[in-house]
Design a protein. Structure first.
Length: 293
């Protein structure tokens, strides 16, 4: 058997043979296109941990949807969206009416939300239900889940295109945005809404704990390669796609959990970026080494 046939059988074969692999691949690629660019904007706005906080904040809503309707994707998704938006709005309200900064109030609330969600799911379901919601199952995405991810990705891309100019201004020069008569909070709330719905769309594929990984890790890696924002957006999505496809294949061949395996692949790309990207370690170290020599 030739090398090409082995590669074809190992890499292309699983997607060609099994429908569940094709659904998982399409869902992961869709999330890479819609969620990862939001991660770039989060890093740009120095709000990288906000995605992690919101991914935990959606859990009580997902848990309530689970309690009312079992493993109904529609009910859990709706509950997650409501919970994520509520926690973000409440954290903003607390920061405006008390001496606490928004990141401090958000940190307290997402930890409480995570504890509440785990408690609710554990009291009403099994350990398997809890693991499914926390860590997802990309290889278990059904047609309904694929439609949800595709719908969210489509809406998110269109909304991001419409909000792009305002988000760039609000990120780099909020004073100018305010002087131009545009309220910055409108752009911020619209952006947070996109983050929440993408995290909710990703929870079935990657779980509430892992969904933020596909959003943030490639975005952080892309910052090491480019200073230009459009280039960062393209690079981050490309890394997420490569990690998604590689993670699915490794999960299939090694029989490992799909969500953590995909995020592990983003971690490998992050380490390579740390070493070889223009903003990484080796390009900064080698010129110094040559000058010393």
């Amino acid at each position: 058997m030739s090398v090409l046939s082995v590669i074809s059988e190992s890499v292309i074969g699983p997607f060609a043979e099994f429908a569940f692999m094709r659904r998982a691949l399409v869902a992961t690629l869709a999330l890479s296109l819609s969620a990862t660019p939001l991660g770039v904007f989060l890093t740009l706005r120095r709000m990288s941990l906000l995605g992690d906080a919101l991914s935990h904040a959606v859990l009580p809503g997902v848990a309530i949807g689970f309690m009312l309707s079992g493993l109904s994707l529609a009910a859990m998704a709706m509950g997650g969206v409501v919970a994520g938006i509520a926690v973000a709005a409440l954290a903003g309200l607390v920061s405006r009416s008390t001496a606490l900064k928004e990141d401090a109030s958000l940190a307290a609330m997402y930890l409480l939300a995570l504890a509440l969600g785990v408690t609710l799911i554990s009291s009403q379901g099994t350990q398997l239900d809890l693991l499914h919601i926390l860590f997802g199952s990309a290889l278990g995405v059904d047609d309904q889940g694929l439609l949800l991810v595709a719908g969210v990705a489509s809406v998110s891309l269109l909304a991001l295109a419409a909000l792009y100019r305002g988000l760039v201004l609000e990120s780099f020069d909020p004073v100018f945005l305010a002087a131009a008569g545009r309220r910055a909070w409108i752009w911020q709330q619209g952006f947070l809404m996109l983050v929440v719905i993408n995290l909710v769309a990703g929870f079935q594929t990657l779980g509430t704990l892992m969904a933020v990984g596909l959003m943030m890790v490639p975005a952080v890696s892309a910052r090491l390669w480019h200073d230009n924002l459009p280039a960062q957006l393209v690079n981050a999505s490309a890394q997420a796609m490569v990690a998604g496809a590689s993670g699915l294949l490794l999960s299939y061949h090694l029989d490992t959990p799909s969500g953590p395996t995909i995020i592990g692949c983003t971690g490998v790309l992050y380490v390579l970026s740390l070493l070889f990207a223009p903003g990484g370690w080796l390009p900064r170290w080698l010129p110094n080494r040559h000058r010393v020599a």
